[in-house]
Ligand binder design. Sequence first.
Ligand SMILES: Cc1cc2nc3c(=O)[nH]c(=O)nc-3n(C[C@H](O)[C@H](O)[C@H](O)COP(=O)(O)OP(=O)(O)OC[C@H]3O[C@@H](n4cnc5c(N)ncnc54)[C@H](O)[C@@H]3O)c2cc1C
Ligand code: SF4
Length: 505
Amino acid sequence: MIVHGDQLDAASAAFDGFERDADAVLMMEVIEEASYVPQHKTRLALFFSAMRHFRDDLDEKGFRVHYAALEDPNNRGDFASEIARWANKTRPEKLVVVEPGDHRVRELDRAAARETGVELEIREDLHFIASHSDFDEFAEGRQNLVMEYFYRPLRKRTGYLMEGEGPAGGEWNYDSENRDSFGKDGPGDIKAPRRFRTDDVTDGVLRMVSDRFADSPGKLDAFDYPVTREQARQALRDFVEHRLADFGRYQDAIAVGHPYLYHSRLSAVLNLHLLDPREAIEAAIDAYEDGDAPLNSVEGFVRQILGWREYVRGIYWREMPDYLDRNALDAELEMPEFMWTGDTEMNCVRDSVGQLVEHAYAHHIQRLMVLGLFAMLLGVRPRAVHDWHMSMYADAVDWVSAPNVIGMSQYGDGGLVGSKPYAASGNYIDKMSDYCAGCRYNPKNATGDDACPFTTLYWDFLSRNRNRLKGNRRMGFQFKNLDRKDDGERRAIRRAADEVKSRFA
Ligand SMILES: Cc1cc2nc3c(=O)[nH]c(=O)nc-3n(C[C@H](O)[C@H](O)[C@H](O)COP(=O)(O)OP(=O)(O)OC[C@H]3O[C@@H](n4cnc5c(N)ncnc54)[C@H](O)[C@@H]3O)c2cc1C
Ligand code: SF4
C-alpha cells in the first residue's frame, strides 16, 4: 500500500482491509517531488517531518513500513523507480493507494503499476465531504459554477449550522458582517497560532533540508508547524479558543507585521490529512453552540472549509489535466525576482513576501488582493504564478492551489471559478490595510514619481483587457470609470505601465 506525503492518516481508506501479517506500507521521499519546482525550505521540512512522524507512529502500532528516506543511498529519486524497486523486493499482489492530491502523481502511480505489472487500486479519498460524483451532479448542466449553490446543499446534507430545514440564524451567508478593517489603532494584541517545538525527528529533517536544499527559497529558522496528528488537534483547539470569535469580522483585513491575525493556520495540516475537515468544522460549531463564538465567524469558517475547500477540489478534478495551462487573458510574463525575496519598495508586497519567506504562509487576502493581484495586473502567466505558489507556500497541494491561483486569483480559466477578475487599484489595499501609510508610493496616483504600481497597472489592465471583458456586466462600473479618463491621461498611464513592466518583469 502506498501512502503519499499528503495522506498521513491511519484511518484513511487505504488502510481498509489491511492485514498486518501480510500487507505493508510504502512511503517515499523522492528528490523529483522535492525539486520539480523549487521548494521553500519550510515546506520541505513540514512534509518530511510529518511523514517521518507518521512512519514512526505506524511502526509503533505494528504496521510493516518500507520507508525510502531521501538520504538512503539506494533511493532512486522518483516514485516510479522507487515503486519498482520495492515491488521487485516484496512481490506484492496488488498496490493500493488513496487518490493522490495531484493529478500528475496519480498518473505517476498508474505508470509505475503498468511498468511493474502489478494491479493498482485507487481508492476514493474520504477526507473530503463531497465526492467527485457529488460535484459532477452539481456542475451538470450549469453554465456558472457558483460556489454558493454547491455549499447550501452540503449544509443541508451534513446538517452543519442548520435549524430544521433552514440555515442557523436565518441566513446562509454573513459576508456583509465580515469585511471590517482595523482602523487607525491597528489590530492590537492577537494571540498568534500556537508554536510547536521541534523534536529529534524534526531537528534531523531541518539539518538535512539546510544541507541539501541550501539554494531553495525561504528560511527555516522559524519552523514551528504542527507535524503530528496530536499537534494538529492542539492547533485546532488553540484557534477555536483564541481566534475563532473574531475570525469573521476581520476575515478580509490586513495589518503590516501581522502574518496570522485571526486566521487559523490550519490549511497545512488539513491538506496533509493530519486533521479531518469535519473535526475542524464541528469544533467551530461547538464553540457557537456553547456561546463562545458568534454566528458570522463560525459560518465564515465553515463556508471556507465546507464551501470553498470542497468546491475548488471539485473544480480541479473536473477540469484537469489541461486546467494548469489555461490563460484566458493571454498573460505572458514571468514572476519578478522580488516575489521570491521581498526585495521591493512596495510595502504591501515586501511585507507579504517577507512573511512567506519566513513562514511559508500568507493569509487569504494577501494571496488574493496583494500578491495574486499584483501578478495579474502585471500580466504574469497563470501557470508561472501557480508554480511559484507551489514553491512558496507550506499548504500548497496541486488540487487546492490550481483553482485558487489559476482560477480565482488570475482569471486564467476565463471565469469558471470567479465571475470576474479580482482587479483593484492600490486604493483597495489602502482601505483594507495599513500598508500604504508606510510606503514610498501613493495609492491614489497612477502616474508621476510616487505613482503606486498597483494603481498604474490597474488602469492599464482595464485598458488592455477591455475588449475581452467588456461583455462582463459585473465590470461595468470599472469600465465606466476608465471611460472618464481623457486620452492624455490614458497615454500617460500606458507610458507609466510600460515603465513599471520594464522595471519589474
Ligand atoms: C491565490 C490563492 C492561492 C491559494 N492556495 C492555497 C493552497 O495552495 N492551499 C490551501 O490550502 N489554500 C490555498 N488558498 C486558500 C486560502 O487562502 C488558504 O487556505 C488560507 O489562506 C490558509 O490559511 P488558514 O489556514 O489560516 O486559513 P483560514 O483563513 O483560517 O481559513 C480556514 C480554512 O478554510 C480553508 N480555505 C479557506 N479559503 C479557501 C479556499 N479559497 N480554497 C480552499 N480552502 C480554503 C482552508 O483549509 C483554511 O485552512 C489559496 C487562496 C488564494 C487566493
Ligand atoms: S502605495 Fe501601492 S505599493 Fe505601496 S503599499 Fe499601497 S498599494 Fe502597495
